[in-house]
Design a protein around this ligand. Structure first.
Ligand code: PMT
Length: 412
């Protein structure tokens, strides 16, 4: 999608990632859009008004009470004369102000006054990002319809590692294109049907090492699990997504933990408990290599190496078996290539979950890795089959179903 003629109001917050905002301005302008920059007082500590205005080709707005700035363009007009408001970097402070409707400086006032979509690219220390206060604020903003690009895992300027790094400028551009292409208006609905509920969702494949450079995996893309996480966040839930290695972006308004193996995934799920709802959409490897090499395995003159397998822990079954903090609703998936419903019914009983979403993953169906899915909801009370749908639509319907049945209890 071209950004020709689009007007972006860019708020640059105070963080080391502010330097990326300069490249971002260039990338957006290259695509034909204009950028009207706003620099917070903290942002000014990292990039200068002169460099920002030179790249944007416009003067920088900095002060809520500046008579000259107000005379040129009042803050209300500034907040509306844009197609999209982008905050990059979005600091913990800016996020907290926006989530709570504060308006004590130009940036927060613009965010409260705008009637346009808002896209935030958070950047902060990993502990600040994972702090319950920030996660509450992000969940609130997601409910309010604010879009998020990132953050991603990486090494921080402070030397720590984890989620909190701002996404790269081109990824923000891609998120802008997506935001402007979607007709969904800013939701001011407030609390959704899952407000106040905490959901843990697993998604994607696991990688089980053979040696430091080789692994065993499967064809799961994470599309279905990530779509459920996104739909749950939009429905007001606090969502923790535990994702295996995937090539798709983290959903917005969701805390995403990236893991590699089944054992890592179990650890991340256990660390995230307790929760009201658990959804196991990940294609977890049933086995791992018992004799994985500590070094890259060499070709043998005596023939191919023999791999020995050992069973991985079953995450879904272990969540169901928890005595003190079993989630009130546990939803498993069943990926089958034959006897789809019968095998799902068996999993429902054997793993002791409340609902199993069965899908046929035979290659000709294109479910694993594809964008559509045809699912059957298997519970103690029966089977409900849905038609072939986009995975986003499956996710929305599943979230609606969970919200509707949550109090009643599946199979109760
Ligand atoms: O990722 P996509 O490309 O969008 O594809 C979506 C999907 C096909 C992967 C998804 O819809 C799906 O079916 N996920 C579950 C895949 C799977 O591993 O199914 P299973 O029948 O092998 O496992 C049954 C259930 O037990 C699943 O909820 C699984 O997450 C869980 N499990 C399995 C093994 C294990 N060691 N631990 C588990 O928790």
């Amino acid at each position: 999608m071209s950004l020709t003629g689009k007007r972006i109001l860019l708020i640059i917050g105070g963080g080391i990632a502010a330097y990326k905002a300069l490249d971002f301005i260039r990338r957006v302008r290259e695509r034909g859009a204009s950028v009207r920059p706003v620099l917070t007082a903290a942002g000014k500590q990292f990039v200068t008004p002169l460099s920002v205005s030179s790249l944007a080709g416009m003067s920088v707005h900095e002060d809520l009470f500046s008579l000259t700035e107000e005379a040129n363009m009042g803050h209300i007009e500034l907040s509306r004369a844009a197609d999209l408001v982008v905050i990059a970097p979005a600091t913990a402070d800016l996020i907290a102000k926006a989530a709570n409707g504060l308006a004590n400086d130009l940036a927060s006032t613009l965010l409260l006054a705008t009637d346009k979509k808002v896209l935030m690219a958070p950047a902060m220390n990993v502990r600040m990002w994972l702090h319950p206060a920030t996660q509450r604020n992000v969940a609130q903003l997601a409910r309010d319809g604010v879009l998020f690009a990132g953050p991603v895992d990486g090494e921080m300027a402070c030397g720590e590692f984890g989620p909190g790094r701002m996404v790269e400028p081109l990824e923000i551009v891609a998120a802008i294109e997506k935001a402007l292409a979607s007709s969904t208006a800013i939701s001011l609905a407030g609390d959704g049907p899952l407000a106040g509920r905490k959901i843990i969702i697993t998604s994607g494949p696991t990688h089980e090492p053979i040696d430091p450079v080789r692994y065993i995996a499967n064809r799961s893309s994470g599309k279905q699990g990530h779509a459920i996480a996104q739909a749950a966040a939009r429905a007001g839930a606090q969502v923790i997504l535990v994702s295996g290695p995937v090539a798709i972006p983290d959903p917005s308004g969701v805390t995403t933990h990236h893991v590699e193996t089944a054992r890592d995934m179990l650890d991340a799920v256990e660390a995230a408990l307790p929760a009201d709802i658990f959804i196991g959409a990940a294609a977890v490897a049933d086995w791992r290599v018992d004799n994985a090499g500590a070094q890259k395995m060499k070709k043998l003159t005596s023939g191919a190496p023999t791999l020995q397998f050992t069973e991985n822990p079953d995450i879904l079954a272990s969540v169901c078996a928890r005595t003190k903090d079993r989630p009130a609703l546990v939803v498993g998936f069943a990926a089958e290539t034959e006897n789809v419903i019968a095998y799902a019914q068996d999993k429902l009983v054997r793993k002791k979950c409340d609902l199993v979403i069965a899908n046929d993953v035979s290659p000709e169906r294109g479910v694993m890795g594809g964008s559509k899915n045809e699912v059957h909801l298997v519970s103690k009370t029966g089977v409900e089959s849905w038609p072939l749908l986009d995975k986003d639509e499956v996710a929305r319907r599943l979230v609606d179903t969970i919200a509707a049945h949550f109090k009643k209890g599946y199979g109760a």
